[in-house]
Design a protein around this ligand. Structure first.
Ligand code: GTP
Ligand code: GTP
Length: 441
């Protein structure tokens, strides 16, 4: 089930970052645009009551002149329209209604996307409430007064936001078809791969009729099985500054990955594996998606008997947080190993939804704890009472213990390895939740 995407759009200085930080709390994802240079937040996971969604901030660069502001805002709004389920359009009561707001509001209205209009910096409802009424003129609904800085009105705002989440959409038939996101830095060969797949004889193609975000989805039938490919290619827009381009490509990646079951992470063999690749792959890992690493352009490099080995090591080192991911060496040009790619995708799909019976699982854990004693501290030893798998996508386990503090990260990793030895789970991350329980409970 993919989480809804909520995008914030608004002029510079209206308080987007402040709202972002207020809602995301500590779970904020800091994304380094240029390693070591700019640190910037682009997306974060937000939970409110029983709803969880991914929030993205489409803004970022501070433009100097009004013309630039407007064109920037149009860009932002377009990104939001392309990717979000709900758009928060933020205005500022202190600055009042400005021309750029109206223009962007027109754009949002035409898109027919759900929009929640918020008026920020209403630090005192008494003092500023009258000033919020002029925002009705934007014609995109009732303005919701908030103060991001003092965290006022956020509950009312979120209520409006989650009202628009389409619960049914998450259960419709289309969702039964596995979704595969193809991600990777610009020029790695994403379009080429999808085109090659579409060009194969055994593949029947139909572009899914453009409902909202699904416009870029492509349905593929490969050996009798259906898949929906989500494309993130084609981000290169003209006249884009590098940082801006990267921001957009990250937003597109986040939203594609969010909806995917399996992510094909492409790496360019001719360039080697880079920090940028690590950042992109990290988006899939953080979300617990199935991952296949596809090293592309394998036709284009000189090889000897050690090349694969060396490349594999380099990938493992750079993407050290996902040792579970399969690495494949492919060529989108020649079609080399594309059949294997589908086989691997199928395997990962299966592993993402694999359920282990509690009895068998506990046998493995008991055996593991006998082989290597659980950690202890100040004479008290960790006891594992019981382990059970509570969900899939990714497979998630709850381990009941006597004392959470005694459970070390390294011991969880040890147990994870034992579970993987027994059941495989190739291509998917595993999630562990440690719960405390009194003895004999
Ligand atoms: N009085 C008041 N000031 C606020 C509120 N929210 C944000 N601000 C201030 O408004 C200024 C801009 O806030 P930011 O959150 O950086 O604005 P932004 O929209 O993210 O700006 P850009 O990053 O330039 O797009 C800061 O000085 C904030 O402290 C609020 O609710 N009340
Ligand atoms: N030799 C070789 N070149 C490839 C292969 N796959 C793609 N290329 C080339 O790499 C370049 C970029 O390929 P695209 O498919 O446009 O890359 P993309 O990832 O979709 O790029 P963006 O749209 O910028 O995100 C093109 O010149 C392709 O011909 C491959 O398997 N081998």
């Amino acid at each position: 089930m993919s989480k809804p995407i909520v995008a914030i759009v608004g002029r510079p200085n209206v308080g987007k970052s402040t709202l972002f930080n207020a809602l995301a709390g500590e779970k904020i994802s800091i994304v380094k645009d240029t390693p070591g240079v700019t640190r910037d937040r682009i997306y974060a996971e937000v939970t409110w009551l029983d709803k969880t969604f991914t929030m993205i901030d489409t803004g970022g660069i501070e433009p100097e002149s009004n013309d630039v502001i407007l064109s920037q805002m149009r860009e932002q709004a377009q990104i939001a329209i392309d990717t979000a389920d709900v758009i928060i359009f933020m205005t500022d009561v202190r600055q009042g209604l400005v021309d750029a707001d109206s223009k962007v509001a027109d754009m949002l209205r035409r898109s027919k996307k759900p929009v929640v209009l918020v008026v920020n910096k209403v630090d005192s409802f008494q003092k500023f409430m009258m000033d919020t009424y002029e925002f009705y003129n934007l014609g995109i609904g009732e303005p919701v007064p908030i103060s991001a800085a003092s965290m006022l009105g956020l509950g009312d705002m979120l209520e409006k936001v989650v009202e628009h989440f389409d619960d049914d959409a998450q259960n419709d038939e289309e969702d039964e078809i596995p979704k595969i996101a193809v991600v990777g830095k610009p020029n790695v060969g994403k379009s080429s791969l999808i085109n090659k797949i579409l060009g194969e004889d055994r593949v029947i193609v139909s572009n899914i009729a453009g409902t909202t975000r699904d416009a870029i989805d492509t349905k593929v039938t490969y050996q009798g099985k259906e898949y929906t490919f989500i494309d993130t290619a084609g981000l290169r827009r003209k006249n884009k500054i590098k940082e801006e381009l990267e921001r957009y490509s990250i937003i597109r990646t986040v939203t594609a990955v969010e909806r995917a079951d399996v992510v094909v992470m492409m790496i360019d063999a001719t360039e080697g594996v880079t920090e940028q690749d690590a950042k992109i792959a990290g988006i899939a890992h953080d979300r617990g998606k199935g991952v296949v690493i596809a090293v592309n352009k394998w036709d284009a490099i000189e090889k000897n008997d050690k090349t694969i080995y060396k490349f594999t090591n380099k990938v493992r080192e750079t993407l050290s947080y996902m040792p579970y991911a399969e690495i494949m060496f492919i060529s989108a040009h020649t079609g080399q190993r594309i059949p294997n790619l589908f086989e691997t995708i199928d395997m990962v799909l299966e592993n993402q939804t694999l359920r282990i019976q509690t009895g068998v699982l506990n046998e493995i854990i008991t055996e593991a704890t006998a082989l290597q004693q659980p950690p202890s501290d100040k004479g008290k030893r960790l006891k594992i009472f019981y382990t059970t798998q509570v969900s899939v996508k990714p497979p998630t386990f709850v381990i009941f213990v006597n004392d959470k503090e005694l459970m070390h990260f390294s011991y969880v990793r040890y147990l994870e390895n034992k579970i993987r030895e027994a059941f495989g789970f190739k291509g998917t991350s595993l999630k562990f939740i440690i719960r405390e329980r009194k003895e004999g409970e």
